[in-house]
Design a protein around this ligand. Structure first.
Ligand code: AP5
Ligand code: MG
Length: 216
């Protein structure tokens, strides 16, 4: 199975992708997580990516596609994967289709999680992430048992650098302008599946599960 988990910032892509990955053992590939890892490591890629991410702008297509290409040609991607945060522009989508097409492969479904802008701002402003294992929380909707610390590994929780309200508003603008047109691109090939993202995490997950059942 090859899936794309699509949607605006804060829609719950990462949250749902990690559930799908636990339930189905599907490899979860997040460009945002890979770029943040490069920023933490202080590599040349990380320094370049940070200059875009801190403003809520997209990292250039060729850079992101290079990372994805390296990742999905690794042996563990052979049996399928789920892309979270990629593609984000028409050129990225076309490059992905071209690359998979050369191997006789294609994307099975694009699951678009739909959430409005005010919900995005609420979700992102309360998001906390574990610095050790990457687990995600929300101070109101999904709080950790011990405030400030991860339930799973006791790691410290932090707020992402690009989660301030002004940067989030720009990420939303960028999404509507550069990324949302991809819905039409995938609708044309009949693989776009729309999910209402405003229910609880469980409700959204059940809806995604119903879509996945029909694919199998
Ligand atoms: P990326 O890391 O991909 O960020 P994003 O798309 O802005 O999305 P988020 O990770 O913020 O949100 P999410 O949808 O994963 O929601 P989450 O599950 O965390 O990208 C960051 C940056 O990297 C980009 O701005 C860009 O600069 C660069 N980049 C990455 N990919 C790129 C690409 N392909 N091309 C170019 N540049 C790229 O949930 C959010 C919060 O809500 C959490 O606290 C969670 O607990 C809570 N929550 C989740 N679901 C629910 C629910 N149903 N009800 C209540 N709360 C919920
Ligand atoms: Mg995410």
């Amino acid at each position: 199975m090859r899936l794309i988990i699509f949607g605006p910032p804060g829609a719950g892509k990462g949250t749902q992708a990690s559930r799908i990955s636990s339930r189905h053992g599907l490899l979860h590939i997040s460009t945002g997580d890979m770029l943040r890892a490069a920023v933490r490591e202080g590599t040349q890629l990380g320094r370049l990516a940070k200059s875009y991410m801190d403003k809520g702008e997209l990292v250039p297509d060729d850079v992101v596609f290079g990372i994805i290409k390296d990742r999905i040609t690794k042996a563990d991607s052979k049996d399928g994967f789920m892309l979270d945060g990629f593609p984000r522009t028409i050129p990225q989508a076309k490059a992905l289709d071209r690359m998979l097409g050369e191997e006789g492969l294609k994307i099975g479904a694009v699951i678009s999680i739909e959430v409005d802008d005010e919900e995005v701002v609420k979700r992102i402003s309360g998001r906390r992430v574990c610095e050790k294992c990457g687990a995600m929380y929300h101070i109101i909707f999904d709080p950790p048992k011990n405030s400030g610390y991860c339930d799973k590994c006791d790691g410290k929780l932090y707020q992402r650098d690009d989660d301030s309200e002004d940067v989030v508003r720009n990420r939303l603008r960028v999404y509507r302008k550069q990324t949302e047109p991809l819905k039409e691109y995938y609708e044309k090939t009949g693989i776009l599946k729309v999910v209402r993202g405003t229910g609880t995490v469980e409700e959204v997950f059940s809806e995604i599960e119903r879509i996945l059942e029909k694919l199998n």
